[in-house]
Write a protein that binds this ligand. Structure first.
Ligand code: ADP
Ligand code: MG
Length: 670
């Protein structure tokens, strides 16, 4: 057994906890060590019983003289104990933990930490942390700084503390420093073994901080180092299919001429960058990043057209059926005048003979094969896992890869997470887009907002999205029910209008019908779950009303808002919330004035921490255990260190080994 031993195989005490621990990201014994506390309880003041003051949080140590269960009138159970040392006796009380009388026995030496206070003219310690003292053993739950961990049902901090303590004790000798002295010294880092010990069981708060800093440094350092490694591996042994551009200059120009708009200069720059890659000797590995509505689809269409002209097939994978259908329509419109056969795959049906295939993850199916796949495009790439991205690439021989995302990540962060990719940024919106007027609507104005919307529909033919609260990451029955109820409710309020309902549990044909009726202007109001968040393009929709806006991250609200403001109509975004908190109000108010997705994302990072931005509904993005993406300075610093050491990596076998264990099987470029 070593630190890499999976929890399930680490012995019977762990077995029944394996599932719950997985929720905390603990899959092997080593993960225990990196499950760092989010705070510490200070139980370090040890006091004699006779000296304990009311109102003080202290640790007392003594002998149990008595412990018993007692029943109150309402059949609640209390556990009462008396503990004595040479200076006095103290009463202790717990509630509803009858098993305690089997854990704590008369005569035990015990250590207790908690608040001492007056109760009916007597000093009393209520629901303290406790542990039985065994000779020669350190206390871990009392009498010191106590780590408090992220918990989950059935896995308490106390339980974790015990396992972590045990793991450290048993495996300490396996924690061998992998950094060269130079990195340790330049960055004033605590040693590896100390930092693991001190982050969990610190002597002082300042030690805890130093320890956490070291572990944060490590996490960001290895994130950077593995990006650098992936980049260097990509294309090292891969020969691509270089596309010719010169030969097809005329065709490309014809395509430009037929577009209903001129490309923005950001789009043109991205196309140039992509073309340069496609003509190159190693396969393209590029991320096209651009705020919602910046026009990524057409850029990918041009790349796919070039692939076709060169005699190669392309595939475009999108995360939802709705989006796949929409792309199918857009790309067909753009390319069928040039005799490009575009196919759609959303189920397991075989499709053959297409030049371009567009679909959901269904395109990953074994049934779908290509004769000559030259380009893979992945839209909203953060929605797909590494594995899925891997499978799709395997369908061709070293195909070029273009991934796209609207996840507004600050550039520094993008360069770290996607350090192995080349980046193209669409930092400019198509001309003529009007600012989407955004209002946080006070509760008491709900009815007037409804009347205003009715008015807009009548006067300007406005079409409206109503977005129901975000309940869970994936569509479940609860989400569907909430949307259905709201749909019924709004039908009464807007009895003169036509309403549609869209959620993820509808059959795909129904979904398309609902959407195309909305697109054709037959429905005025589309009530939808947050499924519309990704990519839907309905230029005539000009009002979006978002319920329980506080449940969304700012970046996500910005994505939702991007569903309107795509045509020439003045567009509006109305935010509703039931929350009364001042912070929530401030957060949402920011949407009224800030219009850049990246700026909003940064603000959310500051206000709510990274979990919310990068967690919900943004799967696929690397999650950090200890570090935070808002720590730009440390991201930069670790990047520099990683870049400096990478060329000399073979001189540091331990570092290499650690990198390998972190990167796992994912370091291979294909
Ligand atoms: P996203 O980047 O969010 O995927 P889309 O590709 O869906 O954006 O494009 C949004 C809308 O903008 C579409 O209706 C598209 O036709 C339109 N569009 C794209 N590029 C331009 C442009 N240069 N000028 C005007 N409209 C454009
Ligand atoms: Mg898109």
């Amino acid at each position: 057994m070593d630190l890499k031993t999976p929890i399930k195989e680490a012995g019977s005490i762990y077995k029944k906890y394996a599932g719950r621990l997985e929720k905390l990201g603990i899959n092997n014994l080593e993960d225990f060590l990196y499950h760092v506390p989010f705070r510490y309880e200070d139980f370090s003041i040890i006091s004699k019983i006779g000296e304990a003051q009311a109102g003080e949080t202290v640790t007392i140590q003594g002998t149990v003289i008595e412990i018993k269960n007692e029943y109150t009138k309402r059949w609640k159970r209390l556990q009462k104990a008396k503990v004595a040392d040479e200076t006095g006796t103290l009463d202790i009380i717990w509630f509803n933990q009858p098993y305690l009388i089997n854990v704590i026995r008369k005569g035990d030496k015990i250590s207790l930490s908690g608040k001492v206070d007056w109760y009916l003219h007597k000093l009393l310690m209520q629901t303290p942390e406790f542990e039985i003292i065994t000779n020669g053993q350190n206390t871990i739950h009392t009498g010191r700084l106590i780590p408090v961990y992220p918990e989950t049902r059935g896995v308490s901090s106390k339980w974790l503390r015990r396992q972590i303590y045990k793991t450290i004790k048993e495996d300490k000798q396996n924690l061998i420093e992998y950094f060269p002295d130079s990195i340790i010294e330049n960055n004033d880092l605590m040693g590896l073994r100390d930092s693991i010990e001190q982050v969990h069981f610190p002597k002082t708060i300042s030690d805890a901080r130093k320890a956490k800093h070291r572990l944060t440094f490590d996490e960001l350092f290895f994130l950077n180092l593995s990006s650098i490694q992936r980049r260097s591996l990509w294309g090292k042994n891969l020969k691509s299919n270089p596309f010719s551009i010169a030969k097809f200059k005329k065709n490309i120009e014809e395509f430009w001429a037929k577009l209903p708009f001129t490309l923005t200069s950001a789009q043109q720059k991205a196309v140039r960058e992509i073309f340069a890659d496609l003509a190159g000797k190693k396969p393209m590995n590029r991320l096209l990043e651009g705020d919602v509505g910046s026009g990524k689809t057409v850029v990918s269409a041009i790349a796919m057209y070039l692939a076709h002209l060169n005699g190669f097939q392309s595939v475009l994978m999108a995360p939802t059926e709705i989006l796949a259908h929409q792309h199918f329509n857009t790309i067909s419109n753009l390319l069928s005048p040039f005799e490009v056969k575009v196919g759609l795959a959303t189920g397991s049906k075989k499709t053959k003979g297409n030049h371009i295939l567009i679909g959901t993850h269904a395109v990953l199916s074994k049934n779908i094969q290509f004769d000559k796949l030259g380009l893979v495009v992945i839209d909203e790439q953060q929605r797909f896992g590494v594995e899925q991205r891997g499978i799709i690439k395997q369908k061709g021989k070293n195909p070029h890869l273009l991934t796209m995302t609207a996840t507004p990540i600050p550039r520094t962060v993008a360069l770290t997470i996607y350090g192995d990719l080349d980046l193209s940024y669409l930092d400019e919106m198509p001309k003529g887009r009007k600012i989407i007027k955004t209002w946080l609507v006070p509760k008491e104005k709900r009815n007037s907002a409804y009347r205003w919307i009715e008015d807009q529909i009548r006067k300007t033919d406005a079409q409206v999205f109503v977005i129901c609260p975000f309940i869970e990451e994936s569509e479940n029955m609860q989400t569907v029910k909430a949307a259905t109820n709201e749909f019924q409710n709004l039908k009464k309020i807007f009895d003169g209008n036509k309403l549609g309902l869209l959620h993820g549990k509808l059959k795909s044909k129904e979904k398309n019908d609902v959407l195309s009726r909305f697109k054709e202007g037959e429905t005025d109001i589309l009530v939808a779950t947050p499924v519309v968040e990704v990519g839907i393009d309905i230029p005539n929709a000009s009002i979006i009303l978002i319920e329980a806006a506080d449940r969304f991250g700012l970046a996500q609200l910005h994505q939702l808002r991007g569903r309107v403001g795509r045509g020439d109509k003045q567009s509006y975004c109305l935010l509703f919330t039931e929350s009364k908190g001042e912070l929530t109000r401030q957060r949402l108010k920011a949407l009224e004035t800030i219009r850049s997705g990246a700026e909003l994302a940064e603000l959310d990072l500051k206000l709510r921490g990274p979990g919310d931005l990068y967690g919900t509904m943004q799967h696929g993005l690397q999650t950090l255990k200890i570090a935070s993406f808002s720590d730009f300075e440390l991201i930069e610093k670790t990047k520099k260190e990683a870049e400096a050491i990478f060329p000399k990596l073979k001189d540091y076998p331990r570092l290499q080994e650690k990198l390998k264990s972190i990167a796992g099987g994912n370091i291979s470029p294909d």
